[in-house]
Design a protein around this ligand. Structure first.
Ligand code: ADP
Length: 582
């Protein structure tokens, strides 16, 4: 049978797999079936039947019905046999005949019952086969997909491991790079710290070295001015003194600048008289203003409290800087300085200071730059007016340490206004009592003080200068060149005050002070020292170093007070007055 079916289908131009399968399945179910294939042109393809034979068996209407129906068509042929017909595509028809049956009745019954079942069965089988094939195909595809999926997972995992490894390497590299860089930075930092320390040390030493001769220049000029001098001599000494003061100002600026760089500029908080400071600054510049024939005015709001708590010396330094600049750059008109309160409460006040001049002014494009260190509005001005370009940088720093800001408004050729604010505390009742005490000590300035002073100083010039200053104040002075010699002097007699230089050969001031304090507290040792006993002797340190840390070290060693060189007469007198009071 299958050979026959192959023959039939081989005769078709387009082999139709589905129809062939249907026919094959059908034929397999009904082995004795006769097959006829009718082509569109009406030619029969069954080798077993010719066209004539077909026409005998099937009516045209049956054939037409098969052609036009999608799916099997059941009918009875001319001879009363059960038939099933199936259209093969649009053009062809396969006609299947049931084996001849004589009994037409049973044939019809068969047609009516079995044939549809059989066909349905065939279709089901076909469907099953198709589904199975599709299923197999799907299984294959699933297998492929599974494989691909697995591959993908494997690939991803490999990638993940690779990335993880890379990450680990990267992190390891990064860590070691960071560690190396941190080490480099720490080394660089250390080097910088060391360089900065060396620089500070150098500046401190330089300032010490410079201050020592300055001490003599300024001190002796002062003493000289107190002697009988003719006008010409007085003018010379005055010039020496002024140059000395100027040089000292410069040294102080450089030292302040070094402190700013090292972040070591400290602001103290002690009672001071605002009007005294402002008037003092005005008085300092009165003579230069008269010489230049320009006006110098100062105006303080009278409602302001007399005393504030803060760093009066630093405030004075700011004002000297600004008024000094205003004077320097003004040749006609004048300079004015005003102070007023901007805001405040019971325990603090924000003050505004204004220094206005009618000088050369500052071009707009230079107004920011001049606040930078070593910067001047015009490089050529240096030669005309002098200066280091440090003043405003220091001023700004000081003002900001005092909780304020500096403002500038200036028009080239017309003048400048420098304005700054600072926040100051107001003294409490307790502070005022303390201050009154200090003032009473200060009023004793000009009375002769018959104190016995031990002056411990290795530099002979400074020794001589301090001796004269002390003698002029009425003191009896005994000198010693170093700490050891001072201790020897203390074996011989009592002193009201010891003025102790810090830096000396053999035994420096700190060691000597510590030694004296140790002797004072040991009853046994005190025996050998006639000068020590009863109350601890007042010791005041002297140093050309003007750093806070030097004052701190002095106090830590047991000194009661600390004076910086060059010795300022008023400060020395205040120290003496206090010693006399004891
Ligand atoms: P110095 O005065 O030592 O040069 P400063 O920092 O005090 O340094 O000032 C920097 C520059 O700012 C001055 O050189 C000057 O060019 C300019 N300047 C400051 N104050 C005035 C002023 N009142 N009038 C004009 N120019 C000023």
């Amino acid at each position: 049978m299958s050979g026959l079916i192959d023959d039939i289908f081989a005769g078709l131009e387009d082999d139709d797999a589905r129809e062939r399968e249907f026919v094959q399945t059908f034929a397999a179910l009904l082995p004795d079936t006769e097959l006829y294939l009718l082509k569109a042109d009406g030619a029969g393809l069954s080798p077993a039947a010719g066209a004539d034979d077909l026409e005998d068996r099937f009516t045209r209407a049956d054939i037409q019905a098969v052609k036009e129906t999608a799916g099997p068509v059941f009918f009875t042929d001319c001879q009363g046999r059960a038939m099933v017909g199936l259209a093969v595509e649009e053009l062809k028809a396969v006609l299947l005949a049931w084996p001849p049956m004589d009994d037409c009745q049973s044939c019809r019954a068969l047609t009516a019952t079995m044939m549809p079942n059989c066909t349905a069965h065939v279709l089901l089988l076909m469907e099953q086969k198709m589904v199975r094939t599709e299923n197999e195909q799907l299984q294959r595809e699933i297998k492929v997909l599974n494989y691909q999926h697995h591959e993908l997972i494997e690939h991803n995992h490999r990638q993940y491991l690779l990335i993880k490894e890379k990450d680990r390497n990267y992190a390891r590299n990064l860590e070691s790079e960071i560690a190396a860089r941190t080490e480099d930075l720490e080394r660089a930092n250390e080097e910088l710290r060391e360089a900065s320390r060396l620089k500070s040390e150098f500046l401190a030493n330089m300032s010490h070295e410079l201050r020592t001769p300055m001490n003599a220049i300024i001190g002796f000029s002062d003493l000289l001015m107190d002697t009988e001098l003719n006008a010409e001599q007085m003018e010379y000494v005055n010039t020496v003194k002024q140059s000395g003061d100027g040089l000292l100002g410069l040294i102080n600026d450089i030292l302040d600048f070094a402190k700013i760089e090292a972040g070591k500029l400290d602001i103290v908080s002690e009672p001071f008289s605002l009007s005294e400071i402002v008037k003092n600054v005005a008085a300092m510049f009165m003579k230069p203003a008269n010489d230049k024939k320009i006006k110098l005015n100062c105006l303080i709001d009278e409602r302001l409290p007399a005393t504030f708590l803060g760093d009066g010396n630093r405030l004075k330094q700011i004002l000297i800087n600004l008024v000094g600049n205003a004077m320097k750059f003004t040749s006609r008109g004048g300079v004015s300085m005003t102070v007023e309160k901007v805001k405040g409460q019971d325990d603090w006040a924000m003050l505004r200071f204004m220094v206005v001049d009618t000088g050369i002014g500052i071009p707009l494009e230079q107004q920011n730059a001049i606040f930078e260190k070593f910067t001047q509005a015009d490089g050529t001005i240096t030669r005309r007016f002098g200066g280091t370009g440090l003043g405003l940088a220091i001023t700004c720093q000081l003002v900001s340490l005092m909780g304020g800001r500096v403002y500038l408004s200036s028009v080239a050729g017309q003048g400048s206004t420098f304005c700054f604010t600072i926040k100051l505390r107001l003294p409490s009742a307790a502070d005022k009592t303390m201050e009154a005490g200090q003032q009473s000590a200060a009023t004793a300035e000009d009375q002769p003080l018959s104190l016995r002073v031990l002056l411990v100083e290795d530099n002979l010039v400074n020794q001589r200068l301090a001796t004269i200053m002390l003698q002029k104040a009425g003191c009896e002075v005994v000198t010693a060149g170093d700490g050891r010699l001072a201790l020897e002097q203390l074996k011989k007699g009592r002193f009201d005050l010891i003025l102790m230089d810090m830096q000396m050969p053999n035994m420096d001031g700190l060691e000597a002070t510590a030694r004296i304090r140790a002797i004072e507290s040991s009853a046994e040792e005190r025996h050998d020292y006639a000068g020590l006993g009863g109350r601890p002797v007042k010791i005041v340190g002297l140093s050309a170093h003007a750093r806070q840390e030097d004052a701190d070290r002095a106090r830590a060693a047991g000194m009661d007070d600390f004076l910086t060189k060059p010795i300022v007469r008023s400060k020395l007198l205040a120290v003496l007055a206090e010693a006399a009071d004891k």
